[in-house]
Design a protein around this ligand. Structure first.
Ligand SMILES: Nc1ncnc2c1ncn2[C@@H]1O[C@H](COP(=O)(O)OP(=O)(O)OP(=O)(O)O)[C@@H](O)[C@H]1O
Length: 266
C-alpha cells in the first residue's frame, strides 16, 4: 500500500464495522461475537480452517443471512435493514465462489448485466425508451468497454463465456462485480479452481482493483499464499470465533493460528 492509502486506512469511519456478530443454526454457533473493522483502501483477508464461519460471515455481509445478534455498518450505517438486492446499489459488490456468469452470453453482455444492476432504470421508462434511458445505455456501454480495456478482455469480449479458460471466466466475474461500481468488493474464494499462474494473475488483479480504482476489498480465501501476499491485514476465525487479527507476518507467527491449522484438516 502506498503512503497516503496507509494513512487513510487508519483514519475515520471504517468502511465496514462488524460489531459483535453472532449467528446460530439451531444448536450450532457458527459465529460468536465477531468484531473487526475494514478501513478505506484496505485489502482485508478473512481466513480460517473448514467450518470456521467464513462463508457465514460473507453471507451476513452480502445480506443473505441476518445475524441473531450484533450489527454490520457500512460507512457508519447499519446494513441489516437492507434487503440483499439493495446491497449492490449501496456500493457493496461481490463475486461468487462458483463463477456466476451467464455462460451463453458474451463477456460484454455479462459485464453489462453488472452495470445494469447498478443503474436506476425502471421497466416503464425502458419500454418507452425515454431519452434519459438511451443516454443511460450509452453511458453503460462506455463503462462496460472501459472495464474490458482495463481487464484486457478485448480479444474475448464478444465470445460466449462458456468456452473461455477458467482464469478468464474469473476475470469476467471480477469485471461484472466492478461494473456495479462498488466502494467495497467482497471476494468469495476467488482462487478456487485456479492453477498457480492464474492465482498469481488474480493477486495482481486484486491489487489493481484497490490501487487503481480505490476499492476496499474483503478477501475470503483458503489459498494461504494469495491471502498473505495481497492482504494488508488478516482476520482469522476458528470454530466461529476470531482468534487473531494483524498483518500477514503477525498472524503467520501467532501460535493459536498455527495450532488451528495444524489441528484441522488443511
Ligand atoms: N445453513 C446452515 N445450517 C446449519 N449449519 C450451518 C449452515 N451453514 C453453516 N453451518 C455450520 O456453521 C459452521 C460455519 O460454517 P461456514 O460454512 O460458515 O464455515 P467456513 O469457514 O466457510 O467453512 P469452509 O471453509 O469449509 O467453507 C459450520 O459448523 C457449519 O457446519
Amino acid at each position: 500500500m502506498n503512503a497516503p492509502m496507509r494513512q487513510a486506512a487508519t483514519a475515520g469511519t471504517p468502511v465496514i464495522a462488524v460489531e459483535n456478530v453472532t449467528v446460530r443454526f439451531g444448536g450450532i454457533v457458527a459465529l460468536d461475537g465477531i468484531e473487526f473493522d475494514i478501513h478505506e483502501g484496505e485489502i482485508l483477508g478473512l481466513i480460517g480452517p473448514n467450518g470456521a464461519g467464513k462463508t457465514t460471515l460473507f453471507n451476513c455481509l452480502s445480506r443473505l443471512y441476518t445475524p441473531n445478534d450484533g450489527d454490520i455498518r457500512f460507512n457508519g450505517t447499519s446494513i441489516l435493514g437492507e434487503p440483499a438486492h439493495r446491497i449492490a446499489g449501496m456500493g457493496i459488490g461481490r463475486t461468487f465462489q462458483n463463477v456466476a456468469s451467464f455462460s451463453n452470453l458474451s463477456v460484454r453482455d455479462n459485464i453489462r448485466v453488472g452495470a445494469h444492476s447498478a443503474s436506476r432504470s425502471d421497466p416503464v421508462s425502458d419500454a418507452l425508451r425515454l431519452p434519459w434511458v438511451r443516454k443511460g445505455e450509452r453511458d453503460i456501454d462506455a463503462r462496460v468497454q472501459e472495464l474490458i480495456d482495463w481487464l484486457e478482455l478485448n480479444e474475448v469480449a464478444d465470445l460466449p463465456v462458456s468456452g473461455l479458460p477458467f482464469g478468464t471466466q474469473k476475470r469476467v466475474e471480477m469485471a461484472r462485480a466492478m461494473a456495479t461500481e462498488p466502494k467495497l468488493l467482497l471476494l468469495d474464494e476467488p482462487a478456487g479452481g485456479l492453477n498457480h499462474d492464474e492465482v498469481e494473475e488474480l493477486g495482481k488483479l486484486i491489487k489493481m482493483v484497490r490501487d487503481e480504482k480505490g476499492v476496499t476489498v474483503l478477501l475470503v480465501e483458503h489459498h494461504m499464499a494469495l491471502v498473505m501476499s495481497v492482504s494488508d491485514r488478516v482476520v482469522v476465525l476458528n470454530f466461529g470465533r476470531k482468534i487473531a487479527e494483524g498483518t500477514p507476518e503477525e498472524v503467520q507467527k501467532n501460535p493459536e493460528v498455527i495450532a488451528a491449522y495444524l489441528g484441522g484438516d488443511e
